[in-house]
Design a protein around this ligand. Structure first.
Ligand code: ADP
Ligand code: MG
Length: 713
């Protein structure tokens, strides 16, 4: 939920802000509502209260308990401006038969005072607190227009909705109530036969209940969302999600991919045994198992959609290379797309060193190439002369068409959106073929070091199979992680020096370079200069996003060759870079990084036999969440565990962006805690698709509108 209900109008900060408020220029109302995701009636209906206020009864002033919300009614005795050290305040006093209560307004509108004319009867809602001079007072209570009698008390709890910029609670209540009125004639979207056995109430009744529950509603069940009416809403959301996923799968099942079958043993096309002979190591058991899963998929005519998850350094690249090799053996092309230039290039070098000895023709494609060079690469891809293309986003740009792409590999897939993944498989369409031709797709292999917890993967990536490389290659040493306060940076420079004295290398990561001034971060440039000055015997290199690719390339290769001892960089080295001789990673302002990022960065060391360490330099003024992140990263080196904690800290919406999963996030249901409901929803979705497919699709569309666009992508 974003935003918080505020009983009082907000003013600018600072003592002078006290007093009468004026409103400034505002964006149009519909724009402000759209910011909250409120466009259609259905959006308003699903805008559920943050909490409720009980205005169904009136408490006697004499019986008020400090710090508990209450509603009282009384006659205004006095109302006046009071000059205080912090500006003018408005103070009124009201009285009922049992006592007197003060009302204090530090900020107020001109209308506030006119509503509080002495002699009028008002109804106020708020929390009473002990006042300075004794007695009780309410600060910024909600004041109702003068009321005549008690008969007008509402019969339901009053909802308090999340608000946006200058959207009034009362206005929003009325708008939502109107949207709910329109539901009157609505038929329940899910047949009763599916909801009743689960003890779930009707949808309309549930929505009405959640917007205005009766006074005796179970407050805890409402706030914990375990109330049956909440369950019903979550159920609808989950059923809609399941239907959407089935639909995606049905569409995908119509696609055809080439069957990439192993050539007969001894045939001249056979390459795999030669490849294994060239490799400088043996595959781990986990790598073999995952390769087996991929191999089976590739032989099918249904396109593979497989995600290989493996912690940093688990050796995903070699498995990807084997898949590419299988496509090539079978007479097709393969493509590998990486999110950054550095990473793409590193893959290219490594894979070329494995595959070129086997006579495989490879091509390199990036946006920063010279035009002539790029044109040549594109031609070799289009003619089919190139068997393997490695590159960045350039691979999915306009004008790139493969002669016969059999396999598309996306490395660090979490860095790409669904749209980009889809674009790579679309590039498989031979040039000139219409967009709506029966879909011929390449097999798709995705690699990721950011593990998606199993429950999430099953739900959001239901159209994707997951393989896990859960074993690191032998000979790795554990990485020791240390948290060091930024003011002890000097001591860390000493550690850098002693590390390099043993011929090891060091990464020093600084956050962002462009925004550094504004964010008060140590700019990488200054940092590199500073380290160079303090470590005169060492060669300090600098790598940042604003450098040209040629510059980056030369710095990277100097570091790989050991000519540079300390590589200062921004997060450009985050993914995939592999220099086994680097054993120390220093991350400055570690509190500014996300958990996944820290884990990825740390994974750059501990790749060789040498003992490795990661020093997280942090600013003491970090937030509670920042502190928690650092604690998690120090305690665990297991990517899956870190991802699980990350999920807890952030919630699925942020963890797995909509752009990545292609699946709108669940708003109400929680896959971890609503497990039983998820199961039931799965069954209900099957039955609805079989028995009332039209209703099923209507339900899915209502909840997951946005998904429709991706389905046709
Ligand atoms: P990641 O899974 O993070 O992409 P890489 O594929 O870059 O990991 O592999 C990390 C390093 O481990 C590379 O230097 C790679 O050559 C090496 N490697 C991969 N598999 C093995 C193995 N079975 N035995 C030894 N080293 C391996
Ligand atoms: Mg990798």
């Amino acid at each position: 939920m974003n935003g918080q209900a505020k009983a009082a109008p907000r003013a600018a900060t600072g003592p002078r802000a006290a007093g009468v408020l004026r409103t400034g220029k505002l964006a149009p109302l519909n724009e402000r509502l759209a910011k909250l995701g409120l466009v259609t009636d259905w959006d308003f209906i699903l805008h559920l209260p943050l909490r409720y206020e009980d205005e169904t009864r009136i408490d006697p002033i004499g019986m008020l308990t400090p710090n508990e919300p209450a509603q009282v009614q009384g006659e205004v005795l006095t109302c006046r401006m009071v000059e205080t050290g912090r500006g003018q305040q408005l103070v009124a006093e009201i009285r009922d038969d049992t006592g007197v209560l003060a009302l204090r307004f530090i900020h107020y509108y001109p209308g506030t005072q006119s509503n509080l004319k002495p002699g009028t009867v008002v109804r106020v809602f708020g929390e009473a607190r002990p006042a300075w001079g004794g007695g009780l007072e309410m600060i910024h209570p909600k004041v109702r227009k003068p009321v005549a009698s008690e008969e007008t008390l509402p019969s339901a709890l009053t909802p308090v909705y999340p608000l946006g910029e200058n959207i009034q609670q009362n206005w929003l209540r009325k708008r939502i109530a109107r949207a709910l009125m329109d539901l009157q004639g609505m038929e329940d979207p899910i047949p009763k036969a599916l909801t009743e056995p689960l003890g779930l109430p009707g949808l309309r009744a549930s929505l009405e209940y959640l917007h205005s529950p009766p006074p005796d509603a179970n407050a805890a069940a409402l706030s914990e969302r375990t109330d049956p009416h909440w369950q019903r809403l979550k159920f609808d959301e989950l059923v809609a999600q399941q239907i959407t996923l089935r639909e995606m799968r049905t569409l995908a099942a119509r696609d055809r991919a080439p069957e990439l079958i192993e050539p007969a043993p001894g045939s001249p096309a056979e390459l795999m045994p030669k490849f294994r002979a060239v490799l400088p190591f043996r595959l781990t058991g986990a790598q073999e198992r995952v390769w087996g899963e991929i191999e089976r998929d590739l032989a099918q005519s249904a396109p593979m959609h497989r995600l290989v998850q493996g912690d940093v350094g688990s050796g995903k690249t070699v498995v990807a290379a084997m898949a590419a090799l299988r496509a090539i053996e079978a007479g097709f092309q393969a493509a590998l797309m990486a999110p950054t230039e550095i990473l793409a290039e590193q893959h290219f070098r490594r894979i070329v060193s494995w595959l070129e000895p086997l006579g495989i023709r490879t091509v390199w494609l990036t946006g920063r190439q010279k035009t002539a060079e790029r044109r040549e690469a594109i031609e070799r891809i289009a003619s089919g002369e190139a068997q393997l293309a490695v590159g960045t986003h350039a691979l999915i740009q306009e004008g790139v068409a493969f002669a016969n792409l059999g396999l598309a590999i996306v490395d660090e897939q979490h860095r790409f959106g669904v749209a980009q993944r889809l674009a790579l498989s679309r590039a498989a369409r031979p040039a000139g073929e219409a967009d709506d031709a029966p879909a011929r797709k390449p097999h798709l292999l995705m690699l990721s070091a950011t593990p998606i917890p199993r429950t999430l993967a099953m739900s959001y990536l239901a159209d994707i199979d997951v393989s896990v490389i859960d074993e690191l290659p032998p000979g790795r040493s554990p990485i020791e992680t240390k948290l060091v306060r930024l003011d002890r940076r000097d001591a860390v420079v000493g550690v850098v020096k002693s590390t390099c004295a043993t011929c090891r290398q060091v990464y020093w990561v600084c956050p962002l370079i462009e925004e550094s001034e504004a964010l008060d971060l140590t700019p990488a440039v200054d940092c590199a200069a500073d380290l160079a000055a303090r470590l005169p015997d060492l060669k300090v290199g600098l790598l940042h996003g604003a450098m040209t690719s040629a510059e980056k390339e030369s710095v990277m290769s100097a570091f790989t060759n050991g000519e540079i001892n300390v590589l200062v960089s921004t997060t450009v080295i985050e993914v995939g870079v592999d220099v086994p001789n680097a054993t120390l990673m220093v991350i400055e302002h570690a509190e500014r990084f996300g958990l996944a990022q820290l884990h990825q960065l740390r994974g750059r060391v501990g790749r060789g036999a040498g003992r490795s360490a990661c020093v997280l330099l942090y600013d003491e003024r970090l937030s509670a969440v920042g502190r928690e992140r650092l604690r998690i990263i120090r305690e665990s080196t297991d990517g899956f565990e870190i991802a699980r904690r990350d999920l807890e800290l952030r919630g699925p919406g942020e963890f797995l962006g909509e752009a990545q999963s292609g699946m709108p996030m669940l708003r109400f249901a929680n896959l971890e805690t609503d497990g039983l409901l998820v199961e039931a929803a799965r069954d209900a979705a099957s039955r609805m698709l079989a028995e009332c497919p039209d209703a099923a699709l209507r339900l899915a569309r209502r909840w997951f509108r946005a998904r429709a666009d991706l389905l046709t992508a």
